[in-house]
Write a protein that binds this ligand. Structure first.
Ligand SMILES: [Zn+2]
Length: 385
């Protein structure tokens, strides 16, 4: 779905616990629609279980429509805030909370580091919605005992809204909360977040497609004609398309990241022998290769990595008498990965290991390639799959 840029602009309305709360302009159309729908229905008699509510005067109906919509707005916000606070408890910073026409989104600065954190953050939203629903149902009962009919309507709609919010979000398709729970479960079982994201995204595509089909079905099916399901139909189609669009993007990017491995991006290793004197290295090898680190190996076996950083501390007069072995960093886990490692994880290895590069060693323990930070983006782009 493409909307004109203006309608995509966002308005910051508040800061809660230091988190900016933004509203998408399109959201106002949804608010107006909600107020109007509630107000026009309240002007007719309504049967709520065993309580018959008399029609309301227009002014009262509009006021109740506004109050109920505000309650629903706070419910969506409370749901997102629950995600955000749980994320913060898991040590993740929160970028913003956005309220858009299809609900809300708590945007995190980084992805959860482990399946347990993902699971907790995903469940916090629906759990809070269930809690709000229970509280509002209790309030409905209390208001019914006291014969406060208008209050009954408000609390009943808020309770129903929260219940729907919780149940709908638990559908097991990414990017819904249920899809994130599914992703966390697959991730925990296989240890592969990319694969988990792809699978949960595929479920999201299926659910989005089903919602679109359902919306079309109730519109054309004679069984539904009496119910005049136009609003529900349009809503179902729009939400379905939104889910389809988001899930498709997620699956595509997960698929791409899954396919690009270090063997796609690595270069053949320029190796140096441990016994080589530093003078020889600086004179003969360094001028030919624009690298900042080199794998040190003997007949295909990795012994360590020599970083130019390490040579800086060595006085020039000792170059002729010092071997590479004496200044290199001896091999350790974090200096090498397997050829099938994804580029993503190799990049985080390089970020952490202090040499800004990583050797690629195959299952037989042979050095088959070398990767350096900075040289990767260009290479992986020239070899798309
Ligand atoms: Zn949620």
């Amino acid at each position: 779905m493409r909307f004109p840029e203006f309608f995509k602009r966002q308005l910051t309305i508040a800061r809660v616990y230091g988190i900016p709360v933004r509203i998408d302009y399109r959201w106002f159309a949804v608010v107006a629609l909600s107020v109007w729908l509630i107000a026009s229905n309240l002007q007719k008699p309504i049967q709520l279980g065993n309580v018959l509510l008399p029609p309301h005067a227009p002014a009262t109906a509009w006021l109740l429509g506004l109050i109920t919509t505000a309650g629903l707005f706070l419910s969506v916000f409370g749901h997102e805030l629950a995600h955000a606070l749980m994320a913060r408890a898991e040590g993740i910073e929160i970028e913003e909370i956005v309220l858009h026409p299809f609900g809300g989104l708590a945007r995190l600065k980084t992805d959860p580091q482990n399946p347990r954190a993902e699971f907790r953050i995903a469940l916090a939203g629906p759990a809070s919605s269930f809690l709000f629903a229970i509280l509002a149902f209790v309030a409905t009962k209390i208001a019914a005992i006291g014969d406060y009919e208008s209050t009954v309507v408000v609390f009943f709609l808020i309770a129903a809204g929260n219940l729907l919010l919780a149940l709908f979000n638990l559908f097991p398709g990414y990017p819904l909360d249920g899809g994130r729970v599914l992703r966390a479960l697959i991730w925990r079982r296989t240890g592969d977040i990319k694969d988990a994201t792809r699978k949960a995204g595929i479920c999201g595509i299926l659910i989005g497609g089903m919602l679109v089909l359902f919306g079309v079905y109730i519109l054309i099916s004679p069984n539904w004609r009496a119910a005049q399901p136009y609003f529900m139909s349009v809503w179902s189609i729009l939400v379905g398309l939104f889910l389809l669009d988001t899930a498709l993007k997620v699956v595509k990017s997960a698929q791409h990241a899954r396919l690009v491995t270090v063997s796609d991006a690595m270069s053949p290793p320029v190796t140096i022998e441990p016994g080589l004197m530093v003078t020889r290295f600086v004179d003969d090898i360094l001028p030919l290769h624009r690298q900042t680190s080199f794998p040190v190996a003997v007949s295909g076996r990795l012994h360590g990595i020599l970083s130019l950083e390490d040579l800086k501390s060595l006085p020039r007069e000792r170059w002729a008498t010092t071997s590479v072995q004496a200044v290199m960093r001896p091999v350790k886990p974090g200096f090498f990965v397997e050829p099938a490692t994804t580029l993503d994880s190799a990049q985080s290895v390089m970020k952490e290991n202090g040499v800004g590069a990583v050797a690629i060693v195959n299952a037989r323990g042979e050095l088959v390639g070398f990767l350096q930070r900075g040289s990767i983006k260009r290479r992986s782009r020239t070899k798309p799959r």
